[in-house]
Design a protein around this ligand. Structure first.
Ligand SMILES: [Zn+2]
Ligand SMILES: [Zn+2]
Length: 104
């Protein structure tokens, strides 16, 4: 035990799971999950992404940080409680995705 120690602050950060959507009335276009303009939240690839950790592959969920230092920033969290790398900032994940695409 003690693995999750450094992620303790997440407990208060994950209250704001974006979840099943709802309507964002002030939002005029694109995805309010990842901020891309080529799709809606309903079709967001980050909404249903799977964990890339070896031997995991569980679904990840998109959350918004609530703590002051990183307020409003999105992050992905694996739903597997024993995942080795359960937490990724969305911007890092997107960066990684971009790099992977370039290599193909
Ligand atoms: Zn999106
Ligand atoms: Zn995982």
């Amino acid at each position: 035990m003690g693995v999750g120690e450094s992620f303790k602050w997440l407990d208060c950060a994950i209250n704001d799971f974006i979840g099943s959507g709802g309507s964002s009335s002030s939002f005029t276009g694109g995805c309010f999950g990842c901020g891309a303009h080529d799709h809606w939240w309903r079709e967001c690839p980050w909404r249903t992404s799977n964990c890339t950790v070896d031997g995991c592959g569980d679904p990840k969920r998109l959350y918004t940080s609530k703590i002051e230092a990183t307020k409003g920033q999105k992050f992905l969290k694996c739903t597997n409680p024993i995942c080795k790398k359960s937490f990724t900032w969305l911007k890092d994940a997107m960066q990684e995705e971009k790099q992977n695409k370039r290599e193909d």
